[in-house]
Ligand binder design. Sequence first.
Ligand SMILES: Cc1ncc(COP(=O)(O)O)c(C=O)c1O
Length: 508
Amino acid sequence: MAKTMKYWYGSFLLSSIAINILFTIYLYVGGGRGGGGLSWSEKAAAEAEAVAAISCSGHGRVYVDSSVDSEGRLVCECYDCYTGIDCSQISPTCPANADSGDPIFLEPFWMQHATNSAILISGWHRMSYRYDDNPFMSTQLENYIRKMHSIVGNAITEGRYIVFGIGSSQLLSAAVYALSSQNSSSLPSNVLASVPFYPMYKTQTVFFNSENFQFEGDTNAWQSNNSTNNLDVVEFVTSPNNPDGELKKSVLGGKTIYDHAYYWPHFTPIPAPSDHDLMVFTLSKLTGHAGVRFGLTSIFSKSTRFSIQKRHPLHCNFFNETRLPSPAYAWVKCEREEEEDCTAVLLDAGNIIGRPGSWFGAKDRYVRLSLIKSQDDFELLMQRLTELVSLENGTIDTIGSGGGGGGGECALSWSEKAASEAEAVAAISCSGHGRAYLDGSIDSEGRPICECYACYTGIDCSQMSSSCAADANSGDPIFLEPFWMQHAANSAVLIPGWHRMGYRYGDL
Ligand SMILES: Cc1ncc(COP(=O)(O)O)c(C=O)c1O
């Protein structure tokens, strides 16, 4: 059962990844198809627009899968510091929470592109374990990923395998397993990362507690105490680095996992495509533009108490100009000798929650502040930091607030394109012996093509191979397809482009 659920979630996730990537490509390079009259998809489209129109005062969001109140009405999920049924009440003493790396800052971008980023999933979407003739993984998704890297110019994918995971955290852990010593008689592989490093490397390596590997901390410290000649090492290289945004390079030059979570042009200039044996990317931090976020530098430039990491301009091949990075995090240092716990200083003096330096293998004189949460979080953080820094000079000035989100409202507007696309794909005749999907294979003119059931071939799956063996092997639950088709109007769901951008659900 657990395995089946895993495949369900896996294939739903892969479909949604494929669709997200497809739309990202649409948005970067243009494209898209028109719509037509709606029938079964209209209900889902109207529902999605009604949900999107629920006012959370611009300080929260409702999703089609949000919690409901005792009367079955969807409940607003408020951003930090806001409460109330419509998130309209701000708690003035609430700390500016700059702890987690939730990429909510991308929400307004997807709302602006509501029409092109919505997707309507029919009730019978991909009921098989497999994609077309291929095992488990979508070649269409693989093609989109390769195309996206080639458009952005951030990775060489030719001649390389692409492996999908449920988030990159899973793949980072799998990579440690794959690269570490397999021989039970040999010493465990040493897993290393340069300080300051993303804490999950340590957490996962320690958590999985294998006799094949052990976390040994800072690469540079380890190198000065050990010879690499006869010791087995697996090195994490995070580029750009979390927390300080540096484009890191390998120290040891051996077995290396390149974590490129932030190697996208909205976080850093892309000087050259990454070209390594093992590169890990994630959608989590990809889909948006963070260009405006580094107003922080000017606040800290007035301070002698706090400093922030330096940013180095680099030529970016994607934008074809020299640019400063817009890192996802500020890596702040407390400069006063007595202020050794910078997280506590920011909390006590500034009412700001950050993540302590020691989580990243560095001193607690450092603290990481997340800049990629919602506009509300960012504005509160800027306000609190401005006040804190102003206190040094005996004056208090507050900064004005910037523009807010925006959103899709009113009856059937932005959702119509997704709804009519879904109906157009569903209407493609595969002679009842196959199915075309929105995220399925396409012909040379970009039209979705039929994925035929076993024993059927041809452009519309009309040709049956008489010698074909009756395949009663897999447990593919396709028998349920007609049921979902009968209930098309009630089983479709329209997912807007800004659906659940945070790592967490509601308050959890
Ligand atoms: C450097 C780095 N790698 C990986 C991840 C995990 O990403 P995912 O959401 O894909 O698991 C993060 C998330 O914050 C990160 O900062």
